[in-house]
Ligand binder design. Structure first.
Ligand SMILES: *[C@@H]1O[C@H](CO)[C@@H](O)[C@H](O)[C@H]1NC(C)=O
Ligand SMILES: *[C@@H]1O[C@H](CO)[C@@H](O)[C@H](O)[C@H]1NC(C)=O
Ligand SMILES: *[C@@H]1O[C@H](CO)[C@@H](O)[C@H](O)[C@H]1NC(C)=O
Ligand SMILES: *[C@@H]1O[C@H](CO)[C@@H](O)[C@H](O)[C@H]1NC(C)=O
Ligand SMILES: *[C@@H]1O[C@H](CO)[C@@H](O)[C@H](O)[C@H]1NC(C)=O
Ligand SMILES: *[C@@H]1O[C@H](CO)[C@@H](O)[C@H](O)[C@H]1NC(C)=O
Ligand SMILES: *[C@@H]1O[C@H](CO)[C@@H](O)[C@H](O)[C@H]1NC(C)=O
Ligand SMILES: *[C@@H]1O[C@H](CO)[C@@H](O)[C@H](O)[C@H]1NC(C)=O
Ligand SMILES: *[C@@H]1O[C@H](CO)[C@@H](O)[C@H](O)[C@H]1NC(C)=O
Ligand SMILES: *[C@@H]1O[C@H](CO)[C@@H](O)[C@H](O)[C@H]1NC(C)=O
Ligand SMILES: *[C@@H]1O[C@H](CO)[C@@H](O)[C@H](O)[C@H]1NC(C)=O
Ligand SMILES: *[C@@H]1O[C@H](CO)[C@@H](O)[C@H](O)[C@H]1NC(C)=O
Length: 772
């Protein structure tokens, strides 16, 4: 089951999920020679090594820093002549990436200045319309009314598979000149322009590789969602036509290609990209990659991305990460550090309709972007090769239809184990006329409008059950697929996508993750390659639908650019990254567009809870003007890390890169001034008191009253029930006491509630999570 799940998650959601692992990489590169000294060379791996900074490191040249790092290595080259040192980091971490055997790492552990070595991991990559849905471009939307300046003057660092520069989404028409002091060239690239102001690549220390995105498309799509320029007449195979633009169409993009078709998003390159982005001075790190379940991080100091983003956060750079696509099971999140914004994925109310009509007349509405003009509208025989329970035929894998008569028939296949579009290819090659793509149980109601190569309808699990019933109870089952084009106003929406990874996280001190959700199903954005039945390769102006928390994350990156841009253009104080997180979290919507709780598409009839959707769907309008924000000072993060690591200052130094860091104060995760609240209540008599401090960024004089929803079994008492502000930037600290009502639902149960501070203008809501 575990094996099935992993494949299921990585192949269904994103075709471009990369499936290579580090062992493959090492074995591919090095012959399995056994050396007589230094251990077994076939066990050479890439390690991320964290070390103390050399004295007065700020004054050191890059060469001196590299020499300090090399001093930890047994020697500089492997037998094969390859250099051991891949990257020497300056900003992201204090340390380097190198090729070493486990034995050599053990020797290194004894050296002065060594802190920790993590084996490199392979992280996986995980919209004309979405800004309407998020209220950006409507008549009353954020773009037109609240002077968001479209993200002007903000630089989004996109760490991904590169970019397809010729695409009109990256045209620099209407862009302001590059920021003063920007000093990044577009390395071995057609010249950058005033939209894409940097394109660099990071791969195993090789400095001579292009950062074009001609083989994957993921980076192009993500960059387009975050900050694509306006493009008229965008469509996918004529569906979802409209004017395309990213969330922040005037923000700058700086590209860091750290994900590769052959080696995936390998840690050493990812850290090198973050390292360079910090040096370049980007404002936002857009990162749609993460470890898939079951390889999700299990400790904060085992998460090299979190160690690197800590440095970014300290410099005011906002780290925005994808929750992961390993849902709907719990404990599947790819990221969970408090300073990493973690974004889950929801649907919009748009579908590209492909309807299945069974021979008995019953209809099921599914989806497909490819909508051929069918000349005939007649019923065809329906076959289900997987009805025998055989794995290969259930998923319509390559060659699985040999010996089965599918000619001119409609073939039923279950989602999973192979990319959906490729399943269609298998059927087309075997002479089939069409495909009904059926969700399995876990995929629930989430369907994709993909650019298939033959007539297809992707249907929900509920519909799949009925279609299977029909085929079992009929001796000559038939069906037809007809196309309904682009449909809006589908309900419920937004709804949580089944694949969106979910909490809880056991290693971050009960900090609630994911933080928020954003649209991530069937998102239209720029694409390098032609799509549809007989694609002809690279194209200038192609768009495509893609789904994943990869697509949700750049929506939030773009919104952060709008917030930063507005503060800059209004000459306001720039908020800290935690204050921006607070603005997004405390204003998110827990209700859908009909005012009902956000539905979880993985289930037949349940709402998404706080560990599944976090605070809820980002609300751009409100996030631009949150009223109050919860700030986290650098000292608070240090105290939090001291709490997480039981006052072990060496562990804390890995994050702060401060050689003299010691633990003089320690707080629990519950006490961190986070905008959401997570509390452990282990027993019937448990109680706890936490404090929170809010900063007034609304009107100078504003009065907030408390309202709250108590989680079941829990009573809430506040130190004060009203907050009266008389000036901007004023801070007020209040405390909250949680007690049980005398009973306990049993350990492992979760409780949820919320605390809202409500004024005449603002509603500042903290979701509350109780771990019983
Ligand atoms: C470096 O060390 C490794 C392992 O100790 C050894 O196999 C290799 O030959 C050394 N390389 C050089 C150039 O000495
Ligand atoms: C070297 O390591 C490889 C991979 O771990 C293993 O298969 C092989 O047996 C090892 N050889 C020796 C001599 O230990
Ligand atoms: C969009 O903004 C308008 C005007 O502010 C508001 O009436 C409407 O409810 C908003 N829609 C959503 C989905 O937030
Ligand atoms: C810009 O980069 C060039 C080449 O890397 C370097 O020589 C120069 O000093 C840099 N200028 C600034 C202002 O950082
Ligand atoms: C670096 O990449 C280029 C282009 O792919 C390749 O030709 C070259 O051999 C690589 N160099 C090394 C040291 O791997
Ligand atoms: C399926 O078969 C085709 C042609 O035989 C081949 O090109 C393709 O790579 C195969 N796909 C997989 C997933 O094995
Ligand atoms: C067609 O068959 C399906 C599956 O057996 C069943 O649910 C549905 O009610 C049938 N429709 C009609 C009109 O009989
Ligand atoms: C404030 O927002 C929360 C979360 O969306 C909601 O549950 C609550 O009803 C709102 N309160 C008011 C007074 O609008
Ligand atoms: C960490 O140190 C602080 C201050 O020295 C102390 O109050 C706290 O109890 C210690 N925490 C742990 C987990 O040891
Ligand atoms: C490093 O840590 C020490 C001790 O906690 C502290 O006094 C000092 O200010 C820190 N240095 C920096 C640069 O934060
Ligand atoms: C909270 O717990 C402590 C000890 O566990 C107890 O002394 C105190 O009375 C409790 N407070 C409330 C309000 O239940
Ligand atoms: C807050 O409560 C006071 C009375 O307790 C009331 O007069 C006032 O209208 C309330 N303000 C809001 C925004 O609900």
């Amino acid at each position: 089951m575990g094996e099935f799940k992993g494949r299921f998650a990585s192949f269904t959601v994103l075709a471009f999920f990369l499936s290579f692992n580090i062992l493959l990489l090492v074995h591919g590169q090095l012959l399995p020679i056994v050396s007589d000294h230094g251990g077994n060379i076939s066990q050479i791996k890439i390690y991320i090594v964290h070390v103390l900074k050399p004295e007065s490191s700020n004054l050191l040249s890059a060469e001196d820093l590299e020499n300090w790092h090399k001093s930890f290595l047994p020697n500089t080259t492997l037998d094969t002549g390859e250099p051991r040192l891949l990257f020497s980091y300056k900003e992201a971490i204090s340390g380097f990436a190198a090729r070493l055997t486990p034995e050599e790492v053990r020797d290194m552990e004894k050296m002065d200045g060594f802190l920790r070595a993590n084996p490199s991991r392979t992280l996986h990559l995980q919209t004309t319309y979405t800004h309407e849905f998020l209220n950006l471009s409507t008549l009353f939307g954020v773009w037109s009314t609240s002077n968001s300046f479209y993200g002007e003057r903000i630089i989004i660092g996109v760490l991904d598979t590169g970019i397809h520069m010729p695409h009109p989404s990256f045209d620099d028409t209407g862009m302001p000149p590059r920021p003063a002091g920007w000093n990044v060239s577009c390395y071995l690239q057609t010249p950058c322009n005033d939209k894409v102001i940097g394109v660099q690549s990071f791969k195993l220390g090789n400095k001579t590789i292009l950062a074009t995105d001609i083989d994957q498309g993921h980076g192009t799509h993500v960059a387009g969602i975050a900050a694509g320029n306006f493009v008229n007449d965008a469509e996918v195979l004529n569906e979802a036509p409209g004017r395309a633009a990213g969330m922040a169409p005037k923000a700058f993009i700086s590209v860091y290609k750290v994900c590769w078709k052959d080696i995936g998003c390998e840690s050493s390159g990812v850290l090198a990209g973050i390292d360079k982005a910090i040096q370049d001075g980007v404002h936002i790190l857009q990162m749609s990659f993460g470890l898939p379940y079951p390889n999700v991080p299990i400790s904060l100091d085992g998460d090299d991305v979190a160690i690197a983003t800590y440095s970014a956060m300290q410099k005011g750079i906002f780290p925005c990460t994808a929750a992961g696509n390993s849902g709907p099971d719990p404990e599947t999140l790819s990221h969970a550090a408090p300073w990493d914004m973690v974004v889950g994925a929801t649907t919009t109310d748009r579908r590209i309709r492909a309807t299945v009509t069974l021979g008995n007349g019953t209809q099921f509405h599914g989806e497909s972007a490819y909508q051929p003009n069918m000349v005939t509208d007649k019923f065809l025989p329906l076959v289900f090769p997987g009805s025998n329970g055989r794995y290969r035929q259930l998923y319509c894998l390559n060659n699985s239809l040999n010996g089965i008569d599918v000619k001119d028939k409609i073939v039923m296949c279950e989602v999973g184990a192979l990319d959906n579009i490729k399943k269609g290819e298998v059927i087309r090659n075997a002479g089939g006329a069409g495909m009904i793509l059926m969700n399995g149980g876990k995929a629930g109601y989430t369907t994709f409008s993909e650019a298939h190569h033959l007539p297809v309808s992707h249907v929900s699990y509920k519909d799949a059950i009925q279609i299977k019933d029909y085929i079992i109870s009929n001796s000559t089952p038939t069906a037809k697929i007809t196309f309904g084009g682009t449909i809006f106003d589908i309900r419920p929406s937004p709804a949580l996508a089944y694949f969106s990874s979910r909490g809880p996280v056991k290693y971050n001190g009960n900090i609630v993750k994911p933080d928020v959700t954003a649209p991530g199903v069937n998102i239209l954005s720029a694409w390098p390659l032609e799509v549809g039945p007989f694609p002809s390769g690279l194209k200038i102006k192609t768009f495509n639908f893609a789904s994943g928390t990869s697509m949700a994350t750049p929506h939030v990156s773009g919104i952060v650019a709008l917030i930063m841009s507005k503060l800059k253009n209004d000459n306001k104080r720039q908020w800290s990254t935690s204050e921006i997180q607070s603005a997004l979290i405390t204003t998110a919507d827990t209700f859908d567009i009909d005012g009902k709780p956000i539905f979880d598409e993985a289930t037949m009839n349940a709402n998404a809870d706080i560990l599944q959707r976090g605070a809820g769907q980002v609300n751009v309008m409100n996030a631009m003007d949150p009223g109050l924000v919860y700030n986290i000072e650098q000292d608070d993060y240090v105290a939090y890390l001291c709490g997480i690591f039981s006052n072990n200052s060496q562990d804390v130094q890995i994050f702060t890169k401060n050689n003299t860091q010691s633990c003089t104060r320690s707080i629990s995760g519950e006490q961190l001034n986070y905008p959401s609240i997570g509390i452990q209540m282990a027993s019937r008599l448990a109680n706890s008191t936490i404090s929170r401090t809010v900063t007034n960024v609304g009107d100078a004089r504003e009065i907030y009253n408390a309202t709250f929803i108590e989680p079941p079994f829990v009573r809430i008492f506040l130190s004060q029930y009203q907050l009266r502000f008389t000036r901007l930037e004023q801070q007020i600290t209040y405390s909250i006491t949680f007690t049980t009502n005398g009973s306990h639902p049993g350990s492992g149960v979760i409780g949820q509630g919320e605390l809202s501070w409500v004024s005449n203008k603002h509603n500042v809501t903290s979701p509350i999570y109780i771990a019983f």
